[in-house]
Design a binder for this molecule. Structure first.
Ligand code: GLN
Length: 380
């Protein structure tokens, strides 16, 4: 029987490709976004504690109740928004699952979905698998601001969902209060939903404040807000995330979640619930990563790479036009195999493979790793 691919244009994700290339060539891996240092020892200890205590069976489908309560407390503490842990929060197997479930919950065949580019690579396949049509809005290069007039011009009666991501992967741009004001204005009175990917919500620099959509009741009413514990607790391999949405949206979300994974890892949820009581961890994360960003920028200041502004996330975009004219995918490969440093070519996050002679470097690394990588990059 002939096999018709449902995703004919999709290959293996760039993160898997570049991490394998880095491993094969013994390169320093600044490509895929993950820390090369440990999650807090106390958190790891709590996971094994709960395993030893026998918490090894299914958690409730919506997530461990105490963890959902802690999430609601955090949202109230940091952002002043009140959400109901029973009806509004669902714990998922990473933000990836939450994004897929949210898109599947609302996108019907023929629906249009606004996707801001460069876009994290899981959005478009999820839209397409649900029969939706992505409508692409590019961020302005090189400042990566969002052109709200342009976005507004692309809204019509078929628009079902707008996907936003702040702090933004891969550019490090961050939505400010006036962006949210623009979003509120253009979505007022429209019959559409918003999916806000906020996995880097605690990693904003230079005193910026995260503009969570939940601050605004008019936006919260029509939004899925997605976050991930992987980024916040230096444990990307644990794959625990969550989605906050009003009851009627959460109901539809859970119909999908319960048949994607049903539920997520029990002892890790319980350990995270305990550890979230240390509010200092997420409140100090921005300072922790700002020091790493500044170290990396300082180490790179005599290189021929030119940094673009980075207001959040643990990614630094670098313009390499002074070094070579090669397309970013070619240069990213050569950088890995010849110079021993792996980076991500952001053209893969554009539907038209738009190439801006920029590479994305992950600085969620030990200082020693950044020092070694910068030494190699400064030789080019
Ligand atoms: N979000 C991470 C990054 O952007 C990687 C996630 C993944 O490997 N799927 O690098």
């Amino acid at each position: 029987m002939p096999l018709f691919s449902k995703l004919p244009d999709v290959g293996i994700t760039i993160f898997t490709v570049m991490s394998k290339l880095a491993a094969d060539h013994g390169a320093i891996n600044l490509s895929q976004g993950f820390p090369d240092f440990e999650a807090p020892a106390e958190l790891i200890e709590q996971v094994s504690h709960y395993m030893r205590q026998g918490h090894n069976q299914y958690a409730p489908m919506q997530g461990v109740p105490l963890l959902r309560r802690r999430i609601a407390e955090k949202v109230a503490l940091l952002y002043g928004a009140r959400i109901d842990p029973e009806s509004d929060i669902t714990v998922t197997s990473g933000a990836t699952e939450a994004l897929y479930a949210a898109i599947s919950a609302v996108v019907r065949p023929g629906d249009e979905v606004i996707v801001v580019e460069p876009a994290y690579d899981s959005y478009v396949p999820a839209i397409q698998l649900n029969g939706g049509v992505p409508v692409f809005i590019p961020l302005r290069f090189p400042g990566y601001g969002l052109d709200w007039d342009r976005l507004k011009d692309h809204l019509n009666e078929r628009t079902r969902l707008i996907i936003l991501n702040s702090p933004h992967n891969p550019t490090g741009t961050v939505l400010a209060a006036d962006d949210l004001a623009a979003l509120r204005e253009i979505t007022a009175g429209r019959d559409l939903f918003i999916l806000s990917d906020e996995v880097y919500e605690h990693i904003l620099f230079d005193g910026r404040e995260h503009q969570i959509l939940l601050r605004y009741p008019d936006l919260a009413r029509k939004s899925f807000v997605v976050s991930s514990f992987g980024k916040t607790y230096h444990a990307t391999g644990w794959k625990i995330g969550y989605c906050v949405a009003p009851p009627e949206l959460s109901l539809e979300f859970r119909k999908i979640h319960q048949f994607l994974t049903f539920t997520s890892n029990t002892p890790i949820q319980m350990a995270l619930a305990d550890f979230m009581a240390h509010t200092g961890h997420y409140q100090e994360l921005a300072g922790f990563y700002q020091r790493k960003r500044d170290l990396f920028l300082d180490l790179m200041k005599d290189s021929r790479f030119k940094p673009l502004p980075c207001a959040g996330t643990y990614f630094q975009m670098m313009d390499y036009a002074a070094i070579t004219d090669e397309p970013d995918e070619t240069f990213a490969r050569r950088l890995t195999t010849q110079y021993g440093v792996a980076a991500i070519p952001p053209s893969v996050f554009h539907h038209d493979r738009r190439d801006q002679r920029v590479l994305r470097f992950c600085f969620a690394k030990q200082d020693q790793t950044l020092i070694q990588a910068a030494e190699r990059l400064c030789r080019i």
